[in-house]
Ligand binder design. Sequence first.
Ligand SMILES: [Zn+2]
Length: 355
Amino acid sequence: MTTNILDRALSPADLAASGDFLALTLSHPEHLTPFSYVLTDGTVAEIWDTGVICLSPVQHGNTDIVLSAGVHGNETAPIELCAALCQDLLTGKLQLKQRTLFLFGNPPAINAGKRELQDNLNRLFSGHHSKGDGEPGWERQRAAKLEHYVQRFYQTGGEGRERLLYDLHTAIRGSQFEKFAVYPFLHGKPWNKTQLRFLHACGVETFLLMQTPASTFSYFGAQSCGAHAFTLELGKVRPFGDNDMSRFAACDLMLRALVTDTVPELAEFDESQFNFFVVSRAVNKQTEQFELCFARNIENFSQFALGTVLARDGAIEYRVDEPGEAIIFPNADVAIGQRAMLLVKPVSIAGQLCD
Ligand SMILES: [Zn+2]
């Protein structure tokens, strides 16, 4: 974990010396005056805001990469992974070959060790930050800024370049599949086979294929920026220092290969190596009597026998009514009207892929 042993606010000079952008960010969690400097290999490092650093190598490939972590402040493993990768680039340990934008989404929440301060940042994109009444809190303001930074990054790269956005998370609960990706709704466009092959090499074999627009960062990246964009759930939430980083080694290795343009030959796509799910039902909480009828610590993607009662909401009962139906993201504590659980079912995507 990054520590500020100096007991003072870190400065641009500290970043140039240590390459520790996370430490600089957490030392200025709400605002950082923009500055830039040039690394010894000529790469330009532009700090646009706290938690926002754009790296542009002198000679670069045809891909513009956004790597984000800490959109939920307590999801520490991806924050550590991105901080170390960024530091290795800034200190010259790794040679950057693709334009890359690193984002630490919610620095005040990271400092507080909390998922969010006021609003769930990952429900505020695609303009949702501007909906609702009252003064916008930190997360609403931050979502608007992050949208702006991502668009600026891709627009500076220009049209015709490949755009990637990987938003790295860990889940509140365990999962039958340790790592999984949420593939945002593509409005009928085919899913990308190369991306599936790359993410499989990252250790992600399970994909939840969304079929409706969303307020997530990855949907914003896909829909508003034309990026191949994914929410990657890489394991379970743990405090800083408690992560077994060996469980993230494959993902770390591949992201390092991606930004240094050294991705090895990927295995051919073989659907039998994957699990694909689609949402069969979204269950919204309708009354204060809403209750889930399984253990609180149930894992994501748990399946139940046909007919099993999963939840009760006043007079309504939710039962498993399709073979293979599984639950994901259950949370009885949401506000009335909000999503309390998704039910998903396995699907085949044969014939619906592009390269
Ligand atoms: Zn998260």
